[in-house]
Design a protein around this ligand. Sequence first.
Ligand SMILES: Nc1ncnc2c1ncn2[C@@H]1O[C@H](COP(=O)(O)OP(=O)(O)OP(=O)(O)O)[C@@H](O)[C@H]1O
Length: 590
Amino acid sequence: MSNNTEIKFIDNSKEWINWIEESIVKKQIKYYDYKYFNNIQGIGLGRFGKVYRANWNNSHNYLALKLFFNFDTITKEIVNELKLHREMDFHENIIRFYGITSEIQSDDSKRYLLVMEYADNGTLRYYLSEYFENLTWNDKLNLAFQLSNAISYLHDKEIVHRNLHSNNILVNKNTIKLTDFGLSERIEELSNVQSKLFGMVTYIDPQIFNRRDSNNQLQIYTLSKKSDIYSIGILLWEISSGRPPFCNEPYDVGLAMEILQGLREKPTLNTPKDYIKIYTDCWNNEPDNRPTINQVVMKLNTIISEIQLNDYNEISENVINNNLQISQIIQNFSRIDINEIDPSISSDLIMNDFEIMVVEIISLFENIEIKMRKCKVVKYLDNHNVSSQEIYNWLLNNQENSDSIFLLGVFNYFGIEINVDEQKAFELYQKSSNLNNTFGITSLGYCYEKGIGTFANQLKAFEFYQKAANLESARGLYNLGNCYLYGIGVLINDQKAFELFQMSASLGNLLGICNLGWCYKKGIGTNIDYQKSFELYKKATDLGNYLAQYNLAFFYKDGMGIKKDISQAICLFKKSAEQGYQNAKYKLNE
Ligand SMILES: Nc1ncnc2c1ncn2[C@@H]1O[C@H](COP(=O)(O)OP(=O)(O)OP(=O)(O)O)[C@@H](O)[C@H]1O
């Protein structure tokens, strides 16, 4: 009997290993030749494997290599995890899976290692123990926001993590990186390890310890999205206190029962009241009373907006720094990929040139109106010496990710390299929207708003902008604000419009900042405040936004709250016009 089981295991493992090998051949999974890794150092030990840090070829950047102790018996689980990773687009707060490598051992057998993004600050628990004293409330709120953001991404894809705790959440460059989407849970089920429940007793949904339901019937409780919300509540508390919950007590059945009966940690001094409300709602004993992750995200967002609005100058600098960081990351990627990898294996790069370009081009759309997109694409390609034909061909052949689907939609909409085809653009936006691409979603909203490739339908437009806003897209929040401002698919509500522009601005969206400036200028949803309006336009102008330059010019032209300065006004109109903004060109010709 036991022999049969063993044979079945080996057979199955062969089947899954074949799947891995085939995916590598078909280039669905990138393969990294082990001989190009150097400086390999063990950095962590989990229950199922060991994690190493290594450099790839001559690069100074680290990658993480994950080795599983019993690869053969858990191949199926690992393959499932690989499939999950492959389904996901790039998300800033989820550890990136780059591919696979294999090492031939002394007995000629092969062992596989997963190649992943390396998190330089280690686990969240370690990070808090090391850096908590230096964290401001802004930093803590950002950590909480990023964590909730990552879970919202999983939940939208109908993935439940089920094993959230501060030792399997990583931090890279002060940014949260989620890992292990329930992989350990599934391995655990398979290997009959019972230790986990008590190891993680303080993070796990206490209902799992409840043997009876409300009718006193024996129940088997299944962990769900609501269970992840419970864990988020605990983690938000941990971020505010800097220490793991009940860290001075034994993690045993007694503690589990007390938690089930309602025992919770106490708020830490100076925690904002609204933040306490969020995590206490999350750790409510009754799963149905817990909020959804999108509600958590929105509430955190509101607190962050309020704090940031009180200290506007500080956030603007953060926006600049974040933008610099993002472009730095992209540049670093380009550097590793292009210069430091053996040319013979350059097709197996972490991200190839075109993938990077697609991400970069799309990121340029965040802060401009849709009509300005073509101008940006053309400029970008000119600056990078790439013809639109080359990128168009690449997009046609690489339609497996939502960014390239969306960008092909943009090419169809503007007729770049092909005739304008609004119907096709609409279909492509729809496809990328179905994959939860926020640019796809907001562009689909725009199609419905203006009747592009479909009948105009303002209710639908509102619905899609709302969907993007629920995914905390700064652009979605801005679009939704416009719906309330102009009554698109919803009744006009100035107060709501103002609040949405505030949220969008706090996430750094320059159009959101401009519209917030507009609200202060015109007294929409708030009192007229020229000073605030001027400051907002000024900030977005300093970040190079054409719309802000245009609006700021009027302050100088008309001497609103400041000294009239016509030459400064002309200079700003010129700057805006140089970026292709038509209204600024008209003004200059007046
Ligand atoms: N991508 C990574 N970058 C940096 N360090 C990592 C990375 N992945 C894992 N580690 C480190 O290696 C340790 C072991 O990770 P591993 O995923 O094997 O187990 P775990 O998540 O800690 O626990 P479990 O065995 O319950 O899944 C982690 O605690 C962390 O310190």
